[in-house]
Design a protein. Structure first.
Length: 298
């Protein structure tokens, strides 16, 4: 059975485009820009073609085109105009829209073509900062609001991971130029949200440091094992949902007691840092509110 989501509510459209549902209704009623289906109880439903169209209309509208003018354009002219006006100013929104459509349609070719076009104009670092990070944040919200399924999230995440691995592998061919410390990157027990950590691994290597990438759901005992092989370790812990807010401070105390007993440090990043008791932070611990914030510290 095909359980892929291909029909969307007006709330889904609001979540995917940033245009309020009330505004979408007005655009429909006044300008006939969309043609929703209707349930027996008169609830609006939209297909993928409607989603593609509203994403294009949103880009045009954000670029200064009035909805009254957009509504007079032919179905063929709207995507043509979108391609004509794409500039450095609007490329971010257009690329994110294209990646969203690739995700919704499970369209690997569209993802690759969009990525390759971006990479012809920007460095991988620029693409990740300006496109992938906002996209990842938005995907998290779309999943939480049931606009997309876990299959959509896994599909797009895997493709982004592929690009990260390719670019990280290029750096691994080079010898580290900064040898005063070694970075050990990991996700704590039951934490599986890996993309942010993978990008930090890329950035830290880009800055000339050796990294030991441990990945998902790493127990504290494994961190202690690494200490047998390296000195001056900086552990980087990316905590998105685990340990949860009721367990995070006990986790920090255990880290301080069992891991940070010598010249090592612990850097925390991720959503759960908001629940860390600031009184636990000392000279062996640092908390970073964003990837950019951490990278600047390197």
């Amino acid at each position: 059975m095909n359980n892929v989501k291909s029909v969307f509510s007006i709330k889904d459209l609001e979540n995917l485009t940033g245009i309020k549902a009330h505004t979408i209704r007005i655009w429909e009623k006044r300008y006939n820009v969309l043609e929703p289906m209707r349930t027996e109880t008169n609830i609006r439903l939209y297909d993928l073609a409607n989603l593609q169209k509203i994403l294009n209309i949103t880009l045009l509208h954000n670029h200064g085109y009035k909805i009254s003018k957009i509504s007079k354009l032919s179905e063929e002219r709207i995507p043509e105009l979108v391609n004509e006006i794409i500039s450095d100013k609007s490329v971010k929104n257009h690329a994110i829209s294209s990646f969203k459509m690739a995700m919704m349609n499970f369209d690997q070719t569209l993802f690759v073509n969009t990525y390759d076009k971006l990479l012809s104009e920007k460095s991988f670092k620029e693409v990740f900062y300006t496109i992938f990070i906002p996209l990842i944040e938005e995907i998290g919200y779309l999943w939480q609001t049931n606009t997309i399924s876990i299959a959509h999230e896994h599909f797009i995440s895997y493709l982004i991971k592929q690009k990260l691995l390719i670019n990280t592998e290029k750096l691994q061919l080079q010898e580290p130029t900064n040898t005063d410390k070694v970075f050990v990157l990991y996700l704590p027990d039951n934490e599986i949200h890996e993309l942010g950590l993978m990008y930090l691994n890329y950035e830290i290597q880009l800055n000339g440091y050796k990294t030991i990438y441990l990945g998902e759901t790493v127990p504290i005992n494994s961190l202690k094992d690494v200490k047998k092989y390296f000195d001056n370790i900086v552990y980087v812990c990316y905590t998105t949902v685990e340990p949860n807010k009721t367990a995070i401070n006990d986790y920090v105390r255990q880290i301080k007691r069992e891991v940070l007993t010598d010249d090592s440090e612990m850097w925390f990043i991720g959503r759960m840092i908001e629940s860390i008791d600031k009184s636990l932070v000392d000279d062996k611990m640092k908390i970073f509110t964003s990837i950019d914030n951490l990278v600047q510290r390197l």
